[in-house]
Ligand binder design. Structure first.
Ligand code: R1P
Ligand code: URA
Length: 333
């Protein structure tokens, strides 16, 4: 059975289900834990209050693979949503949930990330208490670099007579620097920071310190990149990425930068744009140490996800939200 969608501006089906997440009003709580994978959502759903026969956990997987689980934590309705990876997926999660939940919302992201510099270390919980910046690869850098080359060739008559030979020029591609290049443009753009919700950040930091100990919790600035590779400063020979200096430049420009991942900026940016109707924060398990090149042994991850998930759920149910939400509470009963 294929649903029919109405309203190209914000498609919903005949039951009012959103286009990508496939949930409708009454199925999602105002307190949401957003996680990167279905397996993390299922793992953390075990932390929810045990379902009773009259009140089983709500669970739905959309046609696009987004899993939503709604239950209670310490008696309070919460939803766990698998968000997948990257900015567009976080955009679906925030916008489509905002459309079907009434009243103020709180969203905590629990992800994994790279630890950019000390004191953040492998296995720590890194909280984006100072907000987040976006790092984006700027394709125009490469386009304009090529444009400059062909302009140069054209002015030498080479491209007109079909014997283009840019490599012979004294001003060819070999002259493009990793920062600035031909155009003064940089290969990667870095945004200004967007803030996290300070109340949620403080609650989360306190809960995380209680769960894992204060020496395993680091608060600072987060950076969300549009790639796991190029715009996170991972290098290789298959692509002309011009990113060798990226990590060092980031650390120099942002001494409080601790975590590097792919979604927190979008969450905080959208929350900011709701003018207060969403309180948001991100926390990540440090899976990689970018300064030492160490990567966490994967079997240790589950325990850290459970610790982070416990802290996140506690913060979510303790943060104050403006009602109504009597209607909400009614439908989630
Ligand atoms: C990349 O491997 C993924 O891991 C991080 C990044 O943000 C990206 O989504 O977070 P999650 O573990 O939450 O997916
Ligand atoms: N996720 C990321 O996006 N980057 C890392 O280095 C580790 C996890």
């Amino acid at each position: 059975h294929k649903p029919t969608y109405k309203n190209a501006n914000f498609p919903t089906d005949g039951e009012g289900r959103t286009y990508h997440l496939g949930t409708k009003e009454g199925e999602v709580a105002p307190r949401i834990l957003s996680v990167g994978s279905v397996s993390r959502a299922l793992l953390l759903s075990k932390l929810l209050d045990p379902p009773t026969s009259g009140r089983p956990l709500f669970q739905r997987t959309s046609s696009r693979g987004f899993l939503t689980i709604t239950g209670r934590y310490e008696g309070e309705p919460v939803s766990i949503v698998s968000t997948h990876m990257g900015q567009p997926n976080m955009d679906f999660v925030v916008r489509e949930n905002r459309a079907i939940v009434r009243g103020q919302m709180a969203i905590v992201r629990l992800g994994t990330c790279g630890a950019v510099q000390r004191p953040a270390k492998l296995g720590d919980l890194l909280i984006a208490a100072h907000g987040s910046i976006a790092i984006r690869r700027d394709p125009d850098y490469w386009t304009l670099m090529d444009g400059r080359e062909s302009l140069f060739r054209a002015s030498n008559g080479a491209s007109r007579n079909g014997t283009a030979n840019g490599t012979a020029s004294t001003n060819g591609s070999g002259g493009a620097a990793t920062s600035g290049g031909f155009t003064g443009r940089k290969p990667y753009m870095t945004s200004l920071p967007v803030p996290a919700n300070s109340q949620l950040a403080a609650l989360l930091a306190a809960e995380a310190a209680q769960v894992v100990g204060p020496d395993r919790v680091v608060e600072g600035l987060n950076a969300s990149a549009d790639s796991f590779y190029s715009s996170q400063g991972r290098t290789g020979s298959d692509f002309d990425d011009r990113n060798e200096c990226l990590l060092a430049d980031l650390v120099a420009a942002h001494p409080d930068l601790v975590s590097l991942e792919m979604e927190t900026f979008q969450l905080l940016d959208l929350a900011r744009c709701t003018k207060g109707s969403i309180k948001a924060i991100g926390m990540c398990v440090a899976l990689a140490e970018r300064y030492s090149n160490a990567f966490l042994e994967y079997h240790k991850l589950e325990e850290l996800e459970i610790s982070g998930g416990t802290a996140a759920l506690r913060a979510l149910v303790h943060v104050s939200l403006d009602g109504p939400s009597e209607a909400e509470a009614e439908t989630l009963k």
